[in-house]
Design a protein around this ligand. Sequence first.
Ligand SMILES: Cc1cc2nc3c(=O)[nH]c(=O)nc-3n(C[C@H](O)[C@H](O)[C@H](O)COP(=O)(O)OP(=O)(O)OC[C@H]3O[C@@H](n4cnc5c(N)ncnc54)[C@H](O)[C@@H]3O)c2cc1C
Length: 506
Amino acid sequence: MNAPDRSAAANPAEHYDVVVVGAGNAAMCAALAAHEGGARVLVLERAPEAEAGGNSRFTAGAIRFAYDGVDDLRALMPDLTDAEVEMTDFGTYTEEQFYADLCRISDYRCDPELADMLVTRSRDTLMWMASHGVRFAPIWGRQAFKVDGRFTFWGGLTVESVGGGEGLVESLRAALGRNQIDLWHEAAARSLLTDDSGAVRGVRARCSARVIDVECSAVVLAAGGFQANAEWRTRYLGPGWDLAKVRGTRFNTGDGIAMALDIGAMPYGNWSGAHAVAWDYNAPEFGDLAVGDGFQKHSYPFSIVLNQDGQRFVDEGADFRNYTYARYGREILAQPGHSAWQVFDASTDHLLRDEYRIRQVTKVTADSIEELCARMEDVHTERALATISEFNAAVDRSVGFDPNVLDGRRTRGLSPDKTNWAMPIETPPFTAFRVTCGLTFTFGGLRVDETGCVIDTDLRPIKGLYAAGELVGGLFYGNYPGGSGLSAGAVFGRLAGSSAAAHAAG
Ligand SMILES: Cc1cc2nc3c(=O)[nH]c(=O)nc-3n(C[C@H](O)[C@H](O)[C@H](O)COP(=O)(O)OP(=O)(O)OC[C@H]3O[C@@H](n4cnc5c(N)ncnc54)[C@H](O)[C@@H]3O)c2cc1C
């Protein structure tokens, strides 16, 4: 991370055209776009440099976008070789497919205009990011299994940024540096300054030890959701959410949302909803950059998941992992002790993602099912044994197992049934991983119009105020298609930044 970092102490309050609040993916895309629009830009980052970059830095960099075939992928990733293309079925992920996924996964609640903007601008925005030095590569390791010598991508998620979230943030920071965009660390925006007409004219921020006012013509809020705020998540997500672990940054406490609501912005989207996943039971309270997303446990479609009563409680194979994982954290939180165990046998061991092999993992292994169940702490052993044996008996073994498709290999007569990838738990050694709820980000936020401008409670644009990223509501309801957070941040960040620059130019 070597972009120029000017500390607040060295910069007395002065006038900028555009102030961007936050330094994650959405914020840095906004800053670059505002700069391209001719604005003099300041980025305020609450975190110290060592922890800067928000949730974006914790990601794998997986990013969802629409493409019509391998030519679109080659345009984005010129390093793709003929041999790699030969051994891979990339399929397509058209705008229609992306739009349909957003609608289906949100139970047809997503704002159609926001969804349409995300979908139709996604490819062009990734190309634009590439023009600023962000490099992309196919996610062979996580989104495609090798079957009969060939990889097949599934679930509409095909590329990641090189170097994951760390690489993405580093590339964007470098782009800010190349463009001489000012970035202050340990600079926490606290409130918005408005004029008599209600238009936004600046930001009050706590910069290291003092509070300063930065005047500007437009502000872009990109300070993330409220997931790191235990009080807000209990208030809005509900009782018990104070006990969830936060997967990413400790700095996203809803400040950007609060500042906008204070001047009359309209709350929008799924305020009681959040993206939450299966996360190591003993993970720390907030994310750990050294581990990144490694505490997640996303190979559950090849397991059965038991609670402390020894019961299954979700259809582990309801859909591809990236269409179910974001809602299963909530299911785990609702279980006794906020705890569950993912139980695997040796037959699917080769399919387990890297995160199952990290050092900081809570697991037990045994050569017999009886021994395994006895070792799963806090779990009712006899009931767990009965559940596994009922599950094994209910698997339809006449259907072939194929991890690359919804294979329909299912159980019958269970509640709930497992409807794909049902493999009996019978081949030793057996392994179980203990998980709890890991909260990624909250879905509720601010309402923006087609220019990225924040809307007030009378449905009028607030002059000079723009927003992007996690703190924009209206896209995700109850669930989330994996990889959309980064694309939404980039698309709406770019939009908000260029609109803010145009507004500043008058
Ligand atoms: C472990 C993990 C893995 C993930 N994996 C993926 C993935 O692979 N693909 C994907 O698409 N999404 C993924 N996500 C979700 C993704 O991280 C978010 O959707 C996306 O990064 C949000 O970007 P953002 O710019 O809105 O917020 P952030 O990147 O969180 O940035 C918010 C910024 O605001 C700053 N800030 C907060 N308050 C203030 C304040 N008062 N003043 C100034 N600055 C402030 C923060 O410090 C931070 O810099 C993952 C999330 C986590 C936690």
